[in-house]
Design a binder for this molecule. Sequence first.
Ligand SMILES: Nc1ncnc2c1ncn2[C@@H]1O[C@H](COP(=O)(O)OP(=O)(O)OP(=O)(O)O)[C@@H](O)[C@H]1O
Length: 249
Amino acid sequence: MVAPPDNDVLWARALHFKHRDGTPALSGVSLEVREGEILAVSGPRGSGKTTLLRCLSGLVPVQSGEVWFNSVPMHTMGTLTRERLRRERFGWIDPAPVLVPELNVWENTALPLMLRGTGRRQAKTAALEWLERLDVGTRARRRPHQLQQAERQRVCIARALAAAPSVLFADEPTAPLHRSDRAHVLRTLTTAARSHGITVVLATHDPDTEALADRTVALLDGRRVKTVHLPPVSGTATTEGRAACSLSV
Ligand SMILES: Nc1ncnc2c1ncn2[C@@H]1O[C@H](COP(=O)(O)OP(=O)(O)OP(=O)(O)O)[C@@H](O)[C@H]1O
């Protein structure tokens, strides 16, 4: 086992993943994420973006290959150690908002901090600050069901940032937002991440989202590819309607 370079916060090698029903989701993906970097993972639906983020974040154990976080091997960790690492160092944003229905908005936002041992008052202050930045400060005392879907997603983003993770994994984080709101919310997320030194790994199939990242890693059918744009050639059955081909890297 060779340790990764020091300046990579995440370092993955030859990741393979198959779902329980045998569906292959990753076939030998390797990548590195530098400290403070905003990395977009792009690709069409079903290309393996979510599965890659789940493996990198320790949400699912690696079946084959290696994942290192700050030069510590995650692929050899037991479940409890991995869960503690995730709780203390990682944040996660799902493509649809997931909140605790019994808690109000600020309590939901403060929850990851309180689970880590931060006092209620300090956690509430941080939660309220981030809710303001995400333009949902006025909803702080409401329950999730009293909010619109797009507002609930803003709360999830505030919750992820309030906990000041080392790495934030965001899986299509602006999917439930109106198109006109997406750029603003994404800019808030990326600006906050940059100013707080949070590394971001962002799954997306939206070119506007990719444009806000420092670098993009493209996936297709569970493999890393580099997309080569070719002019469409009309009139042939095999090339009609295709503007790009992908080369494995
Ligand atoms: N729970 C599951 N059981 C079986 N196959 C799955 C499961 N989840 C995903 N898959 C399959 O694994 C492959 C990779 O899926 P994944 O969700 O990682 O891709 P994705 O790029 O994130 O797609 P999307 O943009 O639709 O979320 C796809 O073929 C998908 O159909």
